[in-house]
Write a protein that binds this ligand. Sequence first.
Ligand code: GH3
Ligand code: MG
Ligand code: MG
Ligand code: MG
Length: 312
Amino acid sequence: YTGQLDFGILVESLMGIYAMRNEAHFKVLVVDDSKSQALYAEKTLNQAGIFTRAVIKPLEVLKAIEEFSPDAILMDMYMPGCTGPEIAQVIRQQTKYDAIPILYLSAESDVDKQLDAVGLGGDDFLTKPVPKEVLISTVRNRCRRHRGLRDQMVRDGLTGLFDHNHILETLKQEVGLANANAQPLCFVMIDIDRFKQVNDQYGHSMGDRVIRALALYMRQRFRITDTIGRYGGEEFALVLPNTSADNARNLLEEVRHGFEQLVHQDGQHQIRVTFSCGIAQLQDKEEAALLSQRADLAMYKAKDAGRNRVEV
Ligand code: GH3
Ligand code: MG
Ligand code: MG
Ligand code: MG
């Protein structure tokens, strides 16, 4: 087994994983004062594999967005005490929600009122009765584009992995969850060994190849709930929820061993490369910053001990 990587196939399968992951979990918040109308919309979307939550009371919309983080909002036009466009304006006032697609679903047939609604922060207007297929595909398209944009914003261009900021954001969130639920969590730092030499001896494009190879290799090995990011140039970071240090060590030993066997080639040269890895398991009530510092220290311990090692 030479462990050669076929980039074409790997990139394709990687895109497949992203696409599946993106399609599988579209979430739509349905806002309608009529329970039966909300239920009907939910049922239609659920049948198409889209997750939903319904809000009957307009006052609860912001809380629901916060908790559910929907990919789109399906909004009624007229509710007691307020209108859909009024709610849309409140949502848009929060910068973090200003990109969520808002689709109106209403029997309102007056074109001027429809245009007003779309002008006040809405994205689409669907006039009831809407054929199921039209509702589903309009909602799905909005979700897909929203996800795509959001995803691109937090991904690194060379590898398609999450970028530094997104990794730190995820780490903070997961640390909060792990502390609240008393569950184990590990943060992992990975740094390619003697990478400057790779660039110096074989050129920058060979270096880039190695970085992409490690990114693809990790994507194949880790679970979808694990967050993998490019932390810096030739540094990677992993957030592993529900994982003890022992489990993380076993996993990373496997990846380390698999990666050192890979042959990287650019047509002229064939080389092998290794990495060093530091793991820290979250301690009771520990903060994200301290956890990542300890992972960094463990990584330097691995370098000091001779590289191509995993240290906890
Ligand atoms: P060590 O084993 O101690 O980690 O040694 P090293 O050579 O890997 O460490 P050092 O931090 O000195 O060098 C990292 C090099 O990675 C320097 C930089 O030019 C290179 N690098 C950073 N980002 C990229 C990139 O995107 N592509 C390529 N080809 N090289 C990069
Ligand atoms: Mg109504
Ligand atoms: Mg480095
Ligand atoms: Mg290095």
